[in-house]
Design a protein around this ligand. Sequence first.
Ligand code: 13P
Length: 250
Amino acid sequence: MRKNIVAGNWKMNTTLQEGVKLATEVNEALKSRTPNCDVIIGVPFTHLASVKAVIGDNLGLSAENCADHEKGAYTGEVSAAMVASTGAKYVILGHSERRQYYGETSEILKVKVEMAFANGLTPIFCIGEVLEERENGTYFDVVKSQIEDALFGFSAEDFGKIVLAYEPVWAIGTGKTATADQAEEIHAFIRNTIAEKYGKEVAENTSILYGGSCKPSNAKELFAKPNVDGGLIGGAALDAESFMGIVDAF
Ligand code: 13P
């Protein structure tokens, strides 16, 4: 069966010291709980090793990106092997901010997913439409293409290792959440798209997270939907209490 997951994406926030403090707080808060979901924090590259040293095994650790090359003369890049060597087990790939500001295409993302697999990392792969595509009704096609172009070249076995995160760009950091019904509609469509390619079993076992202004006050309603298997949390993950409020929604 697929897992319920609440994952934080800290983005470009917190200094190393602030990040270690926040991770320590999340770790402490988890100790007094038995969450009904896996809990992961996605942190900047600079924080990975230090954060790993202060968290327990019940808190997963993720990078927010990795390079599309194995190693070599790529100044400033961080490889999947480097990420894995910190003890991180996950890597967020294809976030809309990476697509929008750093020109990440499906072609590039496909290679990044390969790099993640080659280094034993679980990709948390982000998809989602912009406002115009939501409003003109092309969002189904957009999301389908994002999945097809980057991920449908993988075997069913490999695809089964991917966590998907549907994040409508218009809901990210805007305070404007997709309604639970809007999320359910597209999540069901995504699962169906996977089923058409890889069969029902793979589709049923794929965790599909929702991201975009998810917070303690709306998480319960979103997570109650049958095809919403958790959340990828930005702003609300920067405070241990609000992040835990979302974890507790399960
Ligand atoms: P917010 O929760 O801040 O809207 O960000 C969502 C997101 O982009 C997580 O990856």
